[in-house]
Design a protein around this ligand. Structure first.
Ligand code: ITT
Length: 208
């Protein structure tokens, strides 16, 4: 299995994700530059799965930069909404990437179904990670975390849908957790968030 070292591109234009991906990479001594810093274009996400979209982003950035590239495609899936917004989680924020608006939309759809009891408000986050090299070689992994959607959303931390998601086994939402708690890094645990869980699998394959 090929190892990741030296300089790599973090193929995201999302500041919240970039911060998390850099924090996850930090212990491994790889130098992470972002797609934004390199002025790389944002490819169109035409895939129908998280994994396909992560691969599109990683291959595009590796091809454009000549460096190995690390991409995440992620989103929140709501059981009562048939898995929506899923791969369209970013788009539900609209052109202004307004996730207060997106969380209100989810809440309205849940309320329309009378979904107020916690067991009717199940959801899960998914993160598909892909590392691609300029020669086309790639490694893909996926992570997931299950939880319940709360109303009203709580907490100023994180990004996107974090304030409305309470992971199983915890009282606080991701929006109320420190980055270390959300990742579930030692000494607190071995990975809590979807991204940290996927990253743990990836690290085993290409890092360290
Ligand atoms: P890039 O494609 O440039 O990486 P993006 O924001 O468009 O950025 P995605 O297409 O993967 O990325 O969309 C993922 C969306 O899902 C993201 O915008 C958030 O709204 C949401 N999301 C993903 N991970 C999340 C997390 O850990 N906490 C909260 N929301 C998250």
């Amino acid at each position: 299995m090929r190892r990741l070292s030296g300089r790599i591109v973090v193929a995201t234009h999302n500041a919240g994700k970039l911060k998390e991906m850099r924090a996850l990479l930090a212990p491994y001594g790889v130098e992470a530059v972002s797609a934004g810093e390199l002025g790389l274009p944002e490819p169109e996400e035409t895939g129908t799965t998280f994994a396909a979209n992560a691969a599109i982003k990683a291959h595009a950035a590796a091809g454009a930069s000549g460096l190995p590239a690390f991409a995440d495609d992620s989103g929140i899936c709501v059981a009562a909404l048939g898995g929506d917004p899923g791969i369209y989680s970013a788009r539900w924020g609209g052109p202004d990437k307004d996730f207060d608006f997106a969380m209100r939309r989810i809440e309205e759809l849940l309320q329309a179904q009378g979904a107020t009891a916690p067991e009717t408000r199940r959801a899960w986050f998914v993160s598909a990670l892909c590392v691609a090299w300029p020669d086309g070689h790639a490694v893909e992994v996926e992570g997931r975390v299950d939880g319940t959607l709360v109303h009203p959303p709580r907490g100023p931390s994180g990004f996107g849908y974090d304030p409305m998601f309470r992971p199983d086994g915890h009282e606080r939402t991701f929006g109320e957790m420190t980055p270390e708690e959300k990742h579930g890094l030692p000494p607190l645990g071995l990975g809590l968030s979807h991204r940290a869980r996927a990253f743990a699998a990836l690290a085993e394959k290409v890092l360290g």
